[in-house]
Design a protein around this ligand. Structure first.
Ligand SMILES: [Zn+2]
Length: 393
């Protein structure tokens, strides 16, 4: 099974050239925005490392022949790869990598210390079933020092199949100093025949000494058109829905897949209800009840989604207000069917500080990502929106 990558042609071409010229680095660092396909590309690069088509056919042991002139014997040359594929996708190695059953591939990802074996297997299974949506079941996970130590031991052993060992370290930016230093030691003296691939959203969260030991490969944010086309062609989504989800996904394919599962309309209505609640400052009990129910009924991921919908809504309002005289305004917004409500909001709250609220929403989403208590995040947010709404107390 071939790992399918959405776009990222230049990153793929870079890796393919390295493979073709036998200049594969010991360690790569795939970095780029969330949902760009770093983990999918890491799997494909791993397939490429092991793919049987890249390995010279193993010559049958020959009877020792004595050459008088000690001339070099011509080596059998591997057939060149067809087309530009990084891996064939169909050999036994490629297949087992896609299924996460290759004995010489290690995958390390952030988890909690108490995470059970079952949960970890489940995560690997999700990666195999779709590398764009690996499960992330834990709150505030990190890459554990124990996992890096185990990896170090394993890299010191010989590989099962004689073609080396590949280690994937996903979300390498979620690593504390202790684990990072242990990883650095491995990178400083990489065992022969080892391929290490780190992935990270940003290089900022990684020790510069680690970054400098890796070959960085940058992945670009996906375009709306790429997401739209993929949803239609690979996921059978209708043109209209694909277009809408592609807009909402904002370059993040993982989010696009999340949205696919969700009832987008319900979420949008919830976002409107949440924003409305900010103006209920004279009803504190009602606000509390609303928040309590929201936090009780939704997990962090869903609440994040809710805030993203709020963000889209407020952004649309801002665009409409800024472009009010232009007929292009409606085309520029995402919630096109809610233009009336947005216009009302602009009219009723002339002082509404759109940029200020956008900043607050972005900050709240970041807080949720950093595992701050959801209830607290939402409570502070409501209060801030209320302050920025310009409505009279
Ligand atoms: Zn293959």
């Amino acid at each position: 099974m071939m790992i399918e990558i959405i776009a990222q042609e230049s990153a793929q071409e870079f890796l393919r050239r390295a493979r073709q010229n036998e200049r594969v680095a010991h360690a790569y660092l795939f970095h780029g925005p969330e949902g760009a396909g770093k983990e999918a590309l890491a799997l494909l690069a791993t397939q490429s490392f092991f793919c049987e088509k890249w390995h010279a056919p193993i010559a049958a042991p020959q009877a020792a022949t004595i050459s008088l002139f000690d001339e070099p014997v011509a080596q059998p040359v591997a057939a060149p790869m067809a087309g530009t594929a990084l891996a064939c996708g169909s050999c036994s190695a490629c297949r087992r990598i896609a299924e996460m059953t290759h004995p010489d591939v290690r995958v390390i990802f952030p988890r909690t210390a108490s995470a059970g074996e079952d949960e970890r297997t489940e995560v690997l299974r999700s990666l195999a079933s779709n590398p764009y949506r690996r499960l992330k079941p834990w709150e505030n996970p990190t890459i554990l020092i124990d996992d890096i130590r185990t990896l170090k031991r394993e890299l010191g052993m010989t590989s099962y199949e004689g073609h080396g060992i590949a280690a994937l370290i996903l979300e390498a930016d979620r690593m504390k100093a202790e684990a990072a230093n242990a990883l650095l030691k491995i990178l400083e003296e990489p065992p022969a025949q080892t391929l290490m691939i780190l992935t990270a959203t940003s290089l900022d969260g990684i020790l510069p000494t680690i970054v400098s030991r890796c070959q960085p490969v940058r992945l670009l944010i996906l375009t709306r058109a790429q997401i739209n086309a993929t949803l239609q062609n690979k996921y059978g989504v209708s043109a209209e829905r694909a277009q809408f989800i592609a807009k909402l996904a904002n370059g993040n394919f993982r989010r696009a897949l999340d949205l696919l599962d969700n009832d987008v309309d319900t979420r949008r209505q919830q976002a409107v209800a949440f924003l409305r609640m900010a103006f209920r400052f004279n009803k504190p009990v009602e606000q509390m009840d609303f928040l309590n129910a929201l936090v009780r009924e939704h997990d962090r991921r869903e609440l994040r989604q809710l805030l993203e919908f709020c963000l889209l809504w407020v952004r649309d309002g801002y665009v409409l207000k800024a472009m009010s005289a232009s007929p292009l305004a409606v085309a520029a917004i995402i919630n096109t069917d809610q233009e009336r409500q947005l216009a009302d909001l602009i009219k009723n709250l002339p002082e509404f500080d759109f940029p200020g609220v956008i900043v607050e929403l972005e900050f709240s989403i970041e807080c949720l990502d950093r595992y701050v208590q959801p209830w607290l995040v939402l409570m502070v947010l409501l209060h801030r929106i209320q302050q920025l709404s310009g409505s009279r107390k």
